[in-house]
Ligand binder design. Structure first.
Ligand SMILES: NC(=O)c1ccc[n+]([C@@H]2O[C@H](COP(=O)([O-])OP(=O)(O)OC[C@H]3O[C@@H](n4cnc5c(N)ncnc54)[C@H](O)[C@@H]3O)[C@@H](O)[C@H]2O)c1
Length: 272
């Protein structure tokens, strides 16, 4: 048995949206296994805070302000990271999310959907994954080594009601994951891997008003979710760390194009 298949010592991990609620827990998980973490996000204050927390715990981390849709700024960041660390091993595409305009409200029909908002959600989730892969994947192709982890959603396997635009965008991310797994393994080599992590329901700022009332009790939709989750709770951000570390490390060295579902059983439950 090898020493520690999950060890990430010396690895350099770039995490887009690493200052978000799930992203910061992912950063902490990677740093906990020894990775140097490069946090990319729009908000300097929260990004610096995540980096400082990792450093206080004895890890190595830095933050860059960026928009994942701005390819030129990502190229500048890539070059700076390479200067600083000499390589990049892991890319986690955690920037993403939904917006109200791309949802169908209870009093609306499909025909009320705001196309511009759907386009923005598609941009952020799909192009916000594709563009970082284009930029950082070049390094992986040169090294013939690299590990990409994209984030999809429970709404990909069976579309949830109301969140039409987000479902389409995350479904495209899953498809891209599987497409690139084949493309990279066959054309670059077996050590450039692409996998996806699928969180179930985690209470964050994006879904708080959809799932909970101002007093913290569950909305009818939040209640339905718990009812359909065999483990009877929402996820905690740290619940994602194990699956992420597995995908980012040699523990998953024969795994590419996979989707790791972390959802308390939601996807497996038939409802009866
Ligand atoms: N919360 C859940 O239940 C859940 C479930 C499934 C999937 N996800 C996905 O997990 C990921 C993280 O979500 P979260 O719940 O932590 O949300 P979050 O809003 O806390 O984190 C998203 C992060 O992405 C950043 N971001 C947004 N647009 C950006 C841009 N253009 N450039 C750079 N950064 C940008 C935000 O600033 C934020 O830091 C997202 O892809 C989300 O869709 C969340």
């Amino acid at each position: 048995m090898e020493n520690d298949l999950f060890d990430l010592s010396g690895k350099v991990a770039v995490v887009t949206g690493g200052n978000g609620i799930l992203g910061r827990s992912m950063c902490a998980g990677l740093a906990g296994k020894g990775a140097k973490v490069v946090i990319l996000g729009r908000n300097k204050e929260t990004g610096e805070e995540v980096a400082a927390t990792i450093k206080t715990a004895g890890g190595e981390a830095c933050f860059y302000t960026c928009d994942v849709l701005d390819k030129n700024s990502l190229v500048t960041i890539r070059e700076d990271v390479l200067k600083k660390f000499g390589k990049i091993d892991i890319l986690v595409n955690a920037a993403g999310g939904n917006m109200a305009g791309a949802c169908i409200q209870p009093n609306q029909s499909f025909f009320d959907i705001d196309v511009d908002s759907v386009r923005k959600v598609m941009d952020l989730n799909y192009f916000g994954t594709l563009i970082p892969i284009l930029v950082f994947g070049v390094v992986f192709a040169k090294q013939k080594y690299g590990n990409i982890i994209n984030i999809t959603s429970a709404t990909v396997e069976r579309p949830l009601t109301r969140v039409m635009g987000y479902s389409s965008a995350k479904a495209a991310v899953k498809n891209l994951t599987q497409y690139l797994a084949t493309e990279f393994a066959t054309k670059i080599g077996p050590d450039v891997r692409v996998n996806a992590l699928t969180p179930g329901f985690f209470l964050t700022e994006q879904n708080r008003t959809l799932l909970t009332n101002p007093d913290g009790t569950l909305t009818p939709r939040g209640g339905q979710i718990i009812q359909n989750t065999p483990m009877k709770r929402m996820g905690k951000p740290e619940d994602l760390q194990g699956a992420l570390i597995y995908l980012a490390s040699d523990a998953s060295r024969f795994v590419t194009g996979s989707v790791s579902v972390v959802d308390g059983g939601f996807d497996a439950y038939a409802g009866v």
